[in-house]
Write a protein of this length. Structure first.
Length: 280
C-alpha cells in the first residue's frame, strides 16, 4: 500500500508538472507554428499543430518592412539604458538601505515598495505632462526615465536583501583600512553581487523590452517607437485584415533572444532571487 500510495503521489506530481509546462509553453509554441504557416492556414477550421505547409513569407514581410529594424534598435537602446541606469542607482540605494544605519531606512523601503503598487495607467497622465514640459517627449531618454518607475523599485528590493546577506567582516575590514563607504561599495561589496546584478539586470531588461503602454503613449512615429507598439501597428492588405502571420513572426523574433538569455543565466537568476528573498 505504501508503494502504491507513493507511486500515485509521484504520478500526480509529474502530471501536474507536465500540465504546468504545457500550459506555459503552448502559447509560445503556437506562435512559432503560426509564424511558419501560410496566411490561409491560420484561419482553417481544422488547424494543424505542425507548420504544414511550411513558409518563411511572414518573416520576409517583417524584415522587409523598412522600420522594423529601427524599432528593434530603439528597444535595445531604451531597455539597455533603463537597465544600466536602474542598476547604477539601485546599487547605491540598496547598499545604503541594506548596510548603512540611519533611522528612516524602513520607511524609505516601504516608500520604494509603494511605487510598484500604482498601475501604469494611474501615472500615465502625470508622466506625459512631465515629459512634455521637460522636452523629453518622443525621445529615448524620456522612455528610459519613465521605465525607471518599475525597474528601479524592483532592483532596489532585490539588491537590499542581497547586500544584507553579505558578511559584515568584509565591510569592517575595509573601514579599518581607511576606505570610504563608496570605496567599500565599489571595491569590496560590488564584486560579490554578481548573481544579484545579473538577476535584476536581466529581469529589468525583459520588463523594459516588453513594455507597451508607455512606449505607445510617449512616442510618435517610428523614430523612437519600440517593438511592442510597432508590432501592434502592423497592417494587412486591407483595413479590415489583421496580419496574424507577420505579428506572430515578429513576436518570435523579439522573444527568442530573451528566452536564450534566460536559459543561459537561469542558475544566476535563481541564486540572485533566492539570496534577495531569504537572506538578511
Amino acid at each position: 500500500m505504501k508503494r502504491l500510495s507513493r507511486f500515485a503521489t509521484r504520478f500526480l506530481f509529474y502530471l501536474l508538472v507536465l500540465f504546468v509546462v504545457v500550459y506555459s509553453a503552448f502559447p509560445f509554441y503556437w506562435a512559432v507554428v503560426s509564424s511558419f504557416k501560410p496566411s490561409g492556414e491560420l484561419f482553417s477550421t481544422n488547424p494543424s499543430l505542425l507548420p504544414l505547409p511550411f513558409t518563411l513569407d511572414h518573416y520576409k514581410n517583417v524584415f522587409l518592412q523598412a522600420n522594423f529594424g529601427r524599432n528593434l534598435l530603439n528597444s535595445l537602446i531604451v531597455a539597455g539604458g533603463a537597465t544600466l541606469l536602474s542598476l547604477t542607482l539601485g546599487v547605491m540605494a540598496a547598499y545604503a538601505l541594506g548596510r548603512l544605519p540611519f533611522p528612516p531606512r524602513s520607511a524609505v523601503l516601504y516608500i520604494v515598495l509603494s511605487m510598484t503598487m500604482f498601475p501604469q495607467i494611474a501615472v500615465l497622465g502625470g508622466l506625459f505632462i512631465l515629459l512634455r514640459q521637460a522636452g523629453l517627449f518622443n525621445t529615448h531618454l524620456g522612455l528610459i526615465l519613465s521605465y525607471l518607475l518599475f525597474t528601479l523599485p524592483f532592483t532596489v528590493w532585490v539588491l537590499v536583501g542581497y547586500f544584507r546577506g553579505l558578511p559584515k567582516e568584509l565591510e569592517e575590514a575595509a573601514y579599518v583600512d581607511g576606505a570610504t563607504p563608496l570605496q567599500t561599495l565599489l571595491k569590496v561589496m560590488l564584486p560579490l553581487t554578481g548573481p544579484g546584478l545579473v538577476t535584476t539586470g536581466l529581469l529589468s531588461f525583459i520588463a523594459a523590452w516588453n513594455e507597451y503602454l508607455f512606449a505607445l503613449t510617449f512616442t510618435v512615429g517610428d523614430s523612437v517607437r519600440t517593438v511592442p507598439p510597432a508590432i501592434a501597428s502592423f497592417g494587412g492588405a486591407s483595413p479590415f485584415e489583421i496580419p496574424w502571420g507577420s505579428i506572430m513572426a515578429a513576436s518570435v523574433v523579439v522573444t527568442v533572444p530573451l528566452v536564450i538569455l534566460v536559459l543561459v543565466f537561469q542558475q544566476r537568476i535563481v541564486a540572485g532571487l533566492t539570496a534577495g528573498a531569504v537572506k538578511g
